[in-house]
Design a protein around this ligand. Structure first.
Ligand code: GLU
Length: 489
């Protein structure tokens, strides 16, 4: 499409919102967005909400929010607008009706009065006779005038697309190469329902054409829709956009990714403590690869390396372990300030307090960035920080009843008291632990478990090497003291 003298790429994401954005939808949105960014084109968001029962306003808001979280901002769409709006299909009914009228006028569509029962009988007969169960074309012969009269008399009718030729359609797909659709794959299909609501394939083709979309990247499962859309484009004499059908996303069991595999919406990943930049990185690599073979990529790097030659037609497996690894890599790259900005809302949600001094936060960030894969991993590590949370539990009390425990904790406290710094380093902790081991001549669980009880009140849980450097030495001394009191000093 040429306007203003140059060809500008226009991509779109066209969700039918029924809830939060699914990871598959996010990947589709991402590819379209990346291509627009990489080419200096436009990314359009169009809400396909003609199924009014399933697509609620609330669901749309959730999708907008999820796209914003991912940073996939749209150049045209709801809340932004542009020259080709409205960008919500429920607000474009007249447009679809106008185009349906055009097809009716040109004899490329017709009113069909066949009832559901009649259609079923036709289908049964076709199957019995070994034919394809397509609509038999009965109402093709109903003239416009007759149709008008019958509708005015209260009969209900759908509008059907009139398939004029029996030919093979070939789609030159960016990802799949030539995709051939046999001449008999579909028959005359409905474009307007009897209540005047257009069907998805009709709206989609009208919108992609009238919004001047140049590239459509979408999921493989839409391939059969593409055939209908190609027919609609042809009926209007419009030029087809370039299509690329991206591979399916499978769960680790190689079945199509679904709820049964666990979290499937971006929002669930957000709540679990994944970073938007990591989601973007991971999703981009589900079906596309970097020409340089990079795995950890910033969004900027993705934009600069993105091109349409690197898609793979084979299905991609959603590997959550890899996602966690990608996330950890992104966490490590955050500045301390960015890290805390991401972490604080999660700590707040979980009622975990963390000291607010810059010094402590820098220290904690350096420990946490090494230890956590996702932000919520920090919760269990930070929860034992508050002195109020310190309590000796049943297992802790049992540990304290061992003969070895008293000397061990006495020595531990003595070593701590002899130090000066406000906080221990990881090395200080390891040295202290070794000293206790030597001087008390204990090892294994008789060494580690009492010390752990003296830090967190229980003999299992949190890795002390990470936690101890985050606790003020004074607080460690106090906790050890509580244990000694418990044992009767
Ligand atoms: N509204 C369709 C869906 O959510 C998208 C169709 C398309 O991308 O053309 O699956």
């Amino acid at each position: 499409l040429f306007y203003g003298g140059f060809m500008s790429v226009r991509t779109r994401f066209a969700p039918s919102p029924t809830g939060h954005l699914h990871v598959g939808g996010a990947r589709t949105a991402l590819y379209n967005w990346l291509y627009a960014q990489a080419t200096g084109g436009q990314f359009i968001l169009r809400i396909e909400d003609t199924d009014l029962e399933r697509s609620t306003q609330e669901a749309m808001e959730k999708q907008l929010q999820d796209l914003k979280w991912l940073g996939l901002n749209w150049d045209e769409g709801p809340r932004v607008d542009g020259d080709y709006g409205p960008y919500q299909q429920s607000l474009r009914k007249e447009i679809y009706q106008k185009y349906a009228e055009e097809l009716l006028n040109e004899g490329k569509a017709y009113y069909c009065f066949c009832s559901d029962e009649e259609l079923q009988t036709q289908r049964d007969l076709a199957i019995k006779e070994g034919r394809n169960p397509h609509y038999n074309g009965k109402c093709r012969s109903v003239s416009r005038e007759e149709a008008k009269k019958r509708i005015e008399a209260g009969e209900s009718a759908v509008v059907r697309f009139w398939k004029k030729t029996e030919k093979e359609y070939v789609l030159n797909d960016l990802i799949r190469g030539d995709v051939r659709f046999g001449p008999d794959m579909i028959g005359d299909f409905v474009i307007l329902r009897s209540n005047g609501m257009p069907v998805y394939n009709f709206c989609c083709a009208i919108d992609d054409a009238s919004m001047k979309i140049t590239h459509v990247l979408r999921a493989e499962e839409h391939l059969n829709n593409t055939l209908r859309q190609m027919m609609i484009y042809e009926a209007f004499g419009w030029e087809l956009p370039t299509f690329g059908h991206v591979s399916l996303i499978l769960g680790e069991d190689k079945q199509k990714l679904s709820k049964r595999h666990g979290a499937t919406s971006c929002n669930e990943y957000r709540e679990k403590g994944f970073l938007a930049s990591a989601m973007i990185n991971f999703l981009a690599l589900l079906g596309w690869s970097s020409p340089k073979g990079d795995e950890i990529m910033t969004t900027q790097e993705l934009i600069s390396q993105f091109d349409l030659d690197r898609f793979t037609p084979s299905a991609a497996v959603f590997d959550e372990k890899k996602l966690r690894w990608v996330n950890q890599n992104h966490l490590r790259k955050l500045s301390d300030k960015e890290f805390w900005a991401e972490l604080l809302p999660i700590l707040e949600r979980e009622n975990v307090d963390a000291p607010s001094s810059d010094q402590w936060r820098a220290l904690a960030a350096s420990v946490l960035k090494e230890r956590v894969e996702i932000l919520s991993d920090a919760i269990e590590l930070l929860r034992p920080l508050s002195d109020e949370s310190f309590a000796i539990d049943e297992k802790g009390a049992e540990t304290l009843s061992w003969d070895e425990s008293k000397p061990v904790i006495n020595k531990w406290q003595e070593i701590l008291s002899a130090m000066n710094a406000e906080y221990l380093t990881e090395q200080d902790f390891l040295d202290a632990q070794n000293k206790v081991k030597e001087e008390c001549a204990v090892k294994g669980k008789f060494l580690f478990m009492p010390i752990r009880v003296a830090v967190i009140g229980k003999p299992h849980g949190v890795d002390l090497q990470s936690l101890v450097p985050l606790l003020p030495r004074a607080s460690l001394i106090e906790r050890a003291d509580k244990c000694l009191q418990h044992m009767g000093k």
